[in-house]
Design a protein around this ligand. Structure first.
Ligand code: UTP
Length: 326
């Protein structure tokens, strides 16, 4: 089955890191966000992916084709007009009758996809949330979805839509998006996938929901760090011994990173070829080739090739930054 993965966005909320890297290539718990997603999809039997690229799309394409051998089609979305528009760009590569799985490129999930892919109906992944006002939600009759409501003011449903969509037939979705685009129906300035799905419901398509208990957002610095913490708990890679260092697991430390006189962890990712000396780091992500010395870092993100030495304890610096304090 084909998966569509939209990753054309700029990732503004993760600047400065997304100035030099597309969001989906940011490292979380030892591999890029999209690596976690691809591993799940492939183990669920996805053998072909249509990846919608835009901002820094060449980097995404390079990384995916180097690391995975399934069939990829890269579709360029030059203008980011919304998720429905992104899916619509894939039209030439889809047959109307084939089933389709759509997953947002910045959502790491933990769910058994096998029953989802075999579902007799179209189905949307949902997670129950206490405050649904920030999400699109699905109102159900206990079995099928009655309607979808984007960011409801009143608590009509707790079932937040999390970015995993299985559709029985691509054609019905594409027809609904055609309708949005032909009639310029936009919500908050974008062609919304939720609007297209709502139209499908109105046109008689039966949708159910499936529960997604593990849903890890990576869209903001604080969620990237909390996702890093959660995913590191599953890291089973064996650690080397580092003389003069204390390692508090869970951590991910790239094999070729150099650690001297350091206390690392818990909940810390150290990237490839990073050099860490005389330093205490916890709850943080340190990029590839970063140099960190004589400092205590907590709840911090240090970009690739960045260097920091001194004594603050909470920072968020992008690739190639150079900071000397104290
Ligand atoms: P987001 O709006 O959450 O991601 O879209 P973003 O735009 O990258 O991040 P911010 O808001 O600027 O910080 C969710 C997913 O849908 C893709 C994005 O790339 C992201 O993976 N998307 C969204 C597209 O591919 N095209 C679009 O037109 C809209």
């Amino acid at each position: 089955m084909k998966a569509i993965i939209p990753v054309a966005g700029v990732g503004t909320r993760l600047r400065p890191h997304t100035f030099s890297h597309p969001k989906v290539l940011l490292n979380v718990a030892g591999k890029p966000i999209i690596g976690h997603i691809m591993d799940k999809l492939i183990s669920a039997g996805i053998d072909e992916a249509i990846v919608i690229v835009g901002y820094l799309g060449d980097m995404v394409e390079d990384w995916l084709t180097k690391h995975y051998s399934i069939k990829f089609t890269f579709v360029n979305q030059p203008e980011r007009l919304g998720l429905a528009h992104a899916i619509w760009m894939c039209k030439p590569y889809l047959s109307k009758t084939e089933p389709l799985f759509i997953i947002l490129g910045d959502t790491i999930f933990d769910v058994d996809l096998e029953p989802v892919m075999n579902s007799p109906f179209s189905t949307l992944g949902v997670k129950d949330v206490e405050d649904p006002r920030r999400f699109g939600v699905a109102v159900t009759d206990g079995e099928k979805i009655l309607k979808l409501v984007e960011k409801p003011d009143t608590p009509v449903s707790k079932h937040a839509i999390v970015g995993l969509y299985f559709l029985q037939q691509a054609g019905l979705l594409l027809d609904s998006i055609d309708h949005l685009i032909d009639n310029k129906i936009v919500t908050k300035g974008e062609y919304q996938l939720t609007d297209a799905l709502q139209l499908m419901i109105e046109r008689g398509e039966k949708f159910t929901t499936f529960p997604v208990s593990g849903w890890y957002d990576c869209g903001k610095p604080e969620t990237l760090l909390s996702t890093n913490k959660i995913l590191l708990k599953n890291n089973t890679a064996r650690l080397k011994t580092y003389t003069g260092c204390i390692i508090n697991e869970p951590v991910f430390i790239a094999d070729n990173a150099i650690l001297e006189n350091a206390i690392i962890g818990p909940n810390t990712t150290i990237g490839e070829h990073a050099v860490i000396t005389n330093t205490i780091i916890k709850d943080s992500i340190i990029g590839n080739y970063a140099k960190v010395s004589s400092i205590m870092l907590n709840h911090s993100i240090v970009g690739n090739n960045a260097g920091i030495t001194g004594n603050p304890n909470e920072i968020n610096i992008g690739d190639y930054s150079e900071i000397r304090l104290g």
